[in-house]
Ligand binder design. Structure first.
Ligand code: CA
Length: 229
């Protein structure tokens, strides 16, 4: 198990409120922590302040467009995955976007299901997870479907419990700081406290008591270990 985290935090940069809403709803429903901004300026502030795993970037933005923003990101050496949204007749834009370092693009109008599949593919690639299934002793996680199996039986988890567990399992054997877990479960606008993380962890402990131990490391965070019996 390597020490990376599939934190799954996505930034949407889209000025069209209808499209922005639709994408945001679908991603949140799939359990991602999602933030949304409407222009390049806000996007830069967000990217400066927060750790994102993926950016969904519309080309047609007011003032500075998505291509300019992409160029600037890549020039600064930011290599996080970028999925561009382009207009139907935007062949030149699509070519330019790929040349500038976009990882993928979707042409409007698109089906949300396709957007979700492309996001999963980009996140998998970026995190070096070839398979979407992770097995750890008696526990098995399907990262794409966000399903957990214990001895082959499905476990019921809330979205936030899932996010915490995913982050812990991807870092199994290593200490995960509390604020990293916090960032895995929260979006802007949500007030989630570090105490809430403790609640999610204690629920996970109860649900996984047969197969795993989640150690609290005082002042540092949590460490997930497979139960040895
Ligand atoms: Ca637009």
């Amino acid at each position: 198990m390597r020490g990376y985290a599939l934190a799954m935090r996505i930034l949407i940069v889209e000025d069209d409120p209808v499209i922005g809403d639709a994408i945001q709803r679908a991603l949140v429903r799939d359990g991602y922590a999602v933030d949304r901004v409407e222009n390049a300026q806000q996007a830069k502030a967000a990217l400066h302040a927060e750790g994102f795993d993926l950016v969904i970037l519309d080309i047609g933005l007011p003032r500075e467009d998505g291509l300019q923003l992409l160029r600037e990101l890549r020039r600064k050496g930011r290599n996080l995955p970028v999925l561009m949204l382009t207009a139907r007749d935007g062949l030149t834009d699509r070519v330019t976007a790929l040349d500038l370092g976009a990882d993928d693009y979707l042409t409007k109008p698109f089906q949300v299901l396709e957007l979700l599949a492309r996001c999963r593919a980009l996140l998998r690639r970026a995190n070096g997870v070839a398979s979407t299934r992770l097995t750890l002793g008696r526990l098995s996680l399907d990262l794409a479907r966000k399903e957990v199996m214990l001895d082959g039986q499905g476990l019921e988890l809330t979205q936030r419990e899932w996010s915490v567990l995913e982050c812990l399992v991807l870092n199994a054997g290593h200490i995960v700081p509390k604020d990293k877990l916090l960032s895995a479960v929260s979006s802007w606008g949500d007030e989630i406290s570090l105490n809430a993380i403790e609640v999610y962890v204690s629920r996970l402990r109860a649900k996984l008591s047969a197969c795993a131990v989640i150690h609290a490391i005082r002042g540092l965070g949590y460490r997930f270990d497979e139960k040895q019996d």
